[in-house]
Design a protein around this ligand. Structure first.
Ligand code: KIV
Length: 272
């Protein structure tokens, strides 16, 4: 293991808010284990998400639905051991927040036993009471709008969200409502660039995009997609950073630089 000394300051919610104000792009990636977490830390990633995408990229499942609270806790504990400065977010898996009590208990587990600094949950205005309950109990929340993979069977596949005027209007209203309920961060997945820009402008909290265009305050991708080792087809909004790199570390470094310099996403990664 590397013994490199890291002199960067810890990333906090306050720091992310300052970055939004200063128009400094926030570089985020997923991770599922300590070795990759340490590499992400070394390359200056600001936010690390233990995503329930682990169901697909680690467990080989077709969707994120089978992922359990125990799976998320285990991988959060692994990732936390590799991090020093990055903010660590853990996804609330499918059906782990069906009531406010259940949400607080499971999120509390990720923070108390896992070392997470924040939890992320999918859902629009229907989750507003849950976000408020988490907020009331001192649990930072990243809300997740746009394409919500836990709803894949409800929406009938993975597709861009918010393309028609009514859906776009609802997403903007949901985002503001979730912020007002106490969300500290917003993630937008597969959203037309113009709508993501509108939501980013309307919110005080930072907005992180994945397939949501260039105007978000930060970007996130699935680590295994940028390393070109994911099972299946890499989505349009992602990029293989291994193609022009000599090592995994260099590929991650290139991703971080591309986000920071607003070179990623490029036009070919954006939805209109
Ligand atoms: O689970 C995950 O990795 C995610 C990202 C796609 C943002 O939610």
């Amino acid at each position: 293991m590397s013994t490199q000394t890291n002199t960067k300051h810890k990333v906090t919610i306050r720091r992310l808010a300052e970055m939004k104000q200063a128009k400094e792009k926030i570089a985020c990636l997923t991770a599922y284990d300590a070795s990759f977490a340490q590499l992400l830390e070394k390359t200056g990633v600001d936010v690390v998400l233990v995503g329930d995408s682990l169901g697909m990229v680690i467990q080989g499942e077709e969707t994120t639905l089978p992922v359990s609270v125990e799976d998320m806790l285990y991988h959060t504990q692994c990732v936390a051991k590799g991090l020093t400065n990055a903010l660590l977010i853990t996804d609330m898996p499918f059906l782990s927040f069906t009531s406010e009590e259940e949400a607080v208990l499971n999120a509390g587990l990720f923070m108390k036993q896992g070392g997470a600094h924040m939890v992320k949950l999918e859902g629009g205005v229907d989750q507003v009471d849950t976000v408020a309950a988490l907020n009331k109990n001192g649990i930072p929340v990243c809300a997740h709008l746009g394409l919500q993979p836990q709803y894949v069977h409800k929406i009938g596949g993975y597709r861009v969200q918010g393309r028609d005027a009514a859906a776009a209007d609802k997403m903007l209203k949901d985002a503001i409502t979730l912020q007002d309920a106490g969300a500290d961060l917003m993630l937008l997945e597969c959203v037309p660039e113009s709508l993501a820009a509108k939501i980013t402008d309307a919110l005080d909290i930072p907005v992180i995009g994945i397939g949501a265009g260039t105007n978000c305050d930060g970007q996130i991708l699935v680590l295994y997609d940028i390393l070109d080792i994911s099972l299946g087809i890499r989505p349009k909004f992602s990029k293989n950073f291994m193609a022009a790199s000599n090592s995994i570390e260099e590929a991650i470094q290139q991703y971080v630089s591309a986000v920071k310099n607003a070179e990623f996403p490029a036009v070919e990664h954006v939805f209109s």
